[in-house]
Structures are given as structure tokens and as C-alpha cells.
Design a protein around this ligand. Structure first.
Ligand SMILES: O=C(O)C1=C[C@@H](OP(=O)(O)O)[C@@H](O)[C@H](O)C1
Ligand SMILES: C=C(OP(=O)(O)O)C(=O)O
Length: 447
């Protein structure tokens, strides 16, 4: 996202049933990693189904600046020719990671154990996000970090060529921090270990194996995991077919569930068990969701989702331990809860405060503006469902998920719902308006 871009207000209005057979864009987590790992491997990696959103394009540029060759064919196939672990070159200009937390934090891990200095910056949202969570463990390898404003980007990473292996227990459930440490371990002599008390998405572990790295994963007695690898490693190019993104599928899924008589099929969705918390939750709420055509590709489970609006949703308690498997889906779950019968309690959402916006505050403000009864108790969000009055304007704070969630809220509301800026949607779901519009969603530019 360019922070200087003019805002684009957009509104959505009650649509009635939506229907379609669609593919949402490629998974963002897998797309970032395919470019990063392709750039570290020996040989050329072919990537199909890459998410061509701004976050991932920023990673493509970053890998080019570090020496990888990254190209795109006219048919949308990407090719990444890597330089090999340990052989990244020092970039000759600042790397702008835009809006992408995953991009900057994983890249920090990669460059931390190369003997180069890298300068990162980002948009106004990224420059408010905490980098201490990666700088702390990466400093233990011997890298040095200089950040502005108490650990926020811009950030300089002075990498080390004498990295010492690290054993690190994550203080929060975060796949980004886990991944940053594992990626620093790739060019470190010895065994790097991450202990995660609550399992978070494991695309790094799965994809590293796909590139020939021996990654050891143990399930601990408390349900957490211990992940380790021994470096320095050599990675071999390996083609990637990117499944579609469950975090993007969440929007048409909820739109179908809140509009009776809707019928939507969403194809080739990544169904990694550490990403399916929202599907589990919506089914518990009574949502009619069927998984078909389940299969394995490049180390990931993929399937099609068939969603209808035939059942009215019911409020439930969403347990804290489910949060890592649906961390980006809470804003749109709050929208589903606004239409459900009774109260939905979403527990322990502290991590939402450090996303592209403070999502707990942004969701509460959006619900407030549209007459939805809700309250925050500690880090829990409680929403009481019913008829949604709508009619409010929602501030998106450069946060794509806030923009898309509240546009979905408007699809069933009594009065249109407006968001002050639809531009951030391009970071993760560039064809959101077109795809949803083709299924019957009503969007209009808002003056
Ligand atoms: O590793 C990843 O690809 C991601 C991890 C999550 O962040 P945290 O690690 O901060 O939970 C998630 O919110 C983000 O969208 C993608
Ligand atoms: C939190 C998100 O992404 P990131 O941390 O990569 O900016 C997201 O996409 O919801």
C-alpha cells in the first residue's frame, strides 16, 4: 500500500442470495514463502497460482534486490532462480515491504545470517508494527537491528556470517516469529530449535521439506511443538502449486452464510489443519459447509468448500486455543456473529491488537457504527447477533481484512455499510470486488 494514495470509499448493500463457483486468489503465506525459498534454492522453482497481491509482489522485489531472478510469464506462471543459502547479495537500495508483516519478518530472518546489511521500510501501517518480536531472537544469532520508534520499521538488519545456533521458546503464538528463527537457522552451523507452546501455521516447515531441508517436528506433552533444523543447508528448487487462501475464502463463505438461499462453491482451498479454525467455528455455529474433493499437493491438504445459507447461525464460545488457526479471520467472524442468533464470545484476541491495525478496536468501532451490540472484556470480543441496522462508515486504517469484513457486513444489513478506503484490499485479494460482484454482491463507490 502506498500511504500517500488517495482513499477510495466504497459501500455495500443488502443483496439477497449470492451464488457462484469460484476460486479466490492464492494463499498469501504460501506465496510469500515460495518466492523466498525459491530465491534461496539452487535451480529454478516454478510457481503457479501465486497470489499477485501487493504484499507478495513486495516480497518478489525484495528477493530480486537480494540477487534472485524472479520473472512472470504471460499466463501467470512465476519462475524463481535462486542464489543458494548463504549467497544473497547486499541490496543497493532500501527494501519497501509495503503493508506486509509476514514479508518483513520472514525476510529479516533470512538476511540476519547473511553477511550483508539490509534496510527495510513499509507503509504507515507496517511502520507501526512491532519488530522486537523478531529482532530479539534474531539478535541471539549475532545479527544487529536498528529500528525507529521502539522497535518499529524502518529497520536496518546487520547480518552476521558467524551465526550461533539458537533455541528459542516463542512468547506468543506466531508463525512469523517461528519462521524468522527457522530461516535464520538455514545459514547457521548447528541446530536451531523453536519451541511453540501453541501450534501456529506450519507452511514453513512443510515447504522447507519440499525444498529438501530436513525439518524435525515433535509434538510436546502440552500440545505445543518443537521444531528444529541443522544448518547450513542446501536447498534444491522445487515447483509449487499454490492452493487458494482460506483467509480470503472466508469472505464469500460468510457472505453466503448470512444470506439465506445462497449457494457458493470455493475451489482448491488450502485446508492445512492449522488454518481451518474458521471453518470449524462456522460449522459449530450451524453453518452449512461441506468439504469435497480433498487431496494433497506439495505437502499441503487442498479441497473445495460448498457453502449455503440454508441454516441461521447460532452464537457460540470460540475457545482461545483455536485462535492461531484462524487468527486473520476474527474480523469476518465478528460479522457472521452479528447475524447469528444470540451471543458469540471470541476468546483471547490479544494478538489482534498488532496486525495491520488494532483489529480489536477497529472491529468494535465498525460494529458500533453499524448498530451491532458488542462489548470487549479483557481480550475477549462478545457480539450479540440479530438484525443489523447498518448505515455506518467504517475506518479501515490501511487494513484489508477490516475493509472486506465490513463490506460483507453490508450485504445483509438494513442500510448500506461504507468503508472509508477499499485500496488496502489489493494487498491480499485484488479481485475481491469483481469476484463478489459476479456472485451478486452489491458494491458502490461512496461519495
Ligand atoms: O506466517 C504467516 O504467513 C502469517 C502468520 C500470522 O501472523 P502471526 O505470526 O503474527 O500470528 C498471520 O496473521 C499472517 O497473516 C500470516
Ligand atoms: C496479519 C496479516 O498479514 P501480515 O501480518 O502479513 O501483514 C493478514 O493478512 O491478516
Amino acid at each position: 500500500m502506498s500511504s500517500s494514495q488517495t482513499k477510495r470509499p466504497l459501500s455495500s448493500a443488502k443483496t439477497g442470495p449470492i451464488s457462484g463457483d469460484i476460486r479466490v486468489p492464492g494463499d498469501k503465506s504460501i506465496s510469500h514463502r515460495s518466492l523466498m525459498f525459491g530465491g534461496l534454492a539452487i535451480g529454478t522453482t516454478k510457481v503457479t497460482g501465486l497470489l499477485e497481491g501487493e504484499d507478495v509482489l513486495a516480497t518478489a522485489d525484495a528477493m530480486r534486490k537480494l540477487g534472485a531472478t524472479v520473472t512472470r510469464d504471460e499466463d501467470g506462471t512465476w519462475h524463481v532462480t535462486g542464489v543458494g543459502v548463504g549467497a544473497l547479495r547486499e541490496p543497493d537500495s532500501v527494501i519497501d515491504m509495503g503493508n506486509a508483516g509476514t514479508g518483513i519478518r520472514l525476510m529479516a530472518g533470512i538476511v540476519a545470517t547473511h553477511p550483508i546489511t539490509t534496510f527495510f521500510t513499509g507503509d504507515a501501517s507496517l511502520c507501526k508494527r512491532p519488530m522486537g518480536r523478531v529482532a530479539d531472537p534474531l539478535s541471539k544469532f549475532g545479527a544487529q537491528f536498528i529500528t525507529r520508534d521502539r522497535g518499529r520499521p524502518p529497520m536496518a538488519v546487520i547480518g552476521t556470517d558467524e551465526a550461533k545456533p539458537v533455541t528459542y521458546t516463542l512468547p506468543m503464538a506466531s508463525a512469523q516469529v517461528k519462521s524468522a528463527v527457522m530461516l535464520a537457522g538455514l545459514n547457521t552451523t548447528g541446530t536451531t530449535t523453536v519451541i511453540e507452546p501453541k501450534p501456529s501455521r506450519d507452511h514453513t516447515e512443510r515447504m522447507l521439506r519440499h525444498f529438501g531441508v530436513d525439518v524435525d517436528v515433535k509434538v510436546n506433552d502440552d500440545g505445543g511443538r518443537t521444531v528444529s533444523l541443522t544448518g547450513p543447508v542446501e536447498m534444491k528448487a522445487a515447483d509449487i502449486v499454490v492452493p487458494t487462501d482460506p483467509s480470503s475464502a472466508a469472505f464469500p463463505m460468510v457472505a453466503a452464510l448470512i444470506n439465506p438461499d445462497s449457494h457458493v462453491t470455493i475451489r482448491d482451498v488450502c485446508l492445512n489443519p492449522l488454518r481451518t479454525g474458521l471453518i470449524t467455528t462456522l460449522i459449530e455455529m450451524g453453518g452449512d459447509i461441506t468439504i469435497t474433493n480433498e487431496r494433497e499437493e506439495a505437502g499441503e491438504t487442498i479441497g473445495d468448500l460448498v457453502v449455503t445459507g440454508k441454516n441461521r447461525l447460532k452464537g457460540i464460545v470460540v475457545p482461545a486455543e483455536r485462535a492461531p488457526s484462524m487468527i486473520d479471520e476474527y474480523p469476518v467472524l465478528a460479522v457472521a456473529a452479528a447475524y447469528a442468533e444470540g451471543e458469540t464470545r471470541m476468546c483471547d484476541l490479544e494478538e489482534l491488537r498488532v496486525k495491520e491495525s488494532d483489529r480489536l478496536a477497529a472491529v468494535a468501532a465498525g460494529l458500533e457504527a453499524n448498530g451491532v451490540i458488542h462489548r470487549i472484556e479483557g481480550d475477549d470480543l462478545i457480539v450479540t447477533g440479530g438484525v443489523v441496522p447498518g448505515g455506518g462508515m467504517v475506518e479501515t486504517h490501511l487494513d484489508h481484512r477490516i475493509a472486506m469484513s465490513f463490506l460483507v457486513l453490508g450485504l445483509g444489513a438494513e442500510k448500506p455499510v461504507a468503508v472509508d478506503d477499499a485500496n488496502p484490499i489489493a494487498t491480499s485479494f485484488p479481485n475481491f470486488e469483481k469476484l463478489m460482484g459476479e456472485m451478486g454482491a452489491k458494491f458502490a463507490l461512496h461519495s
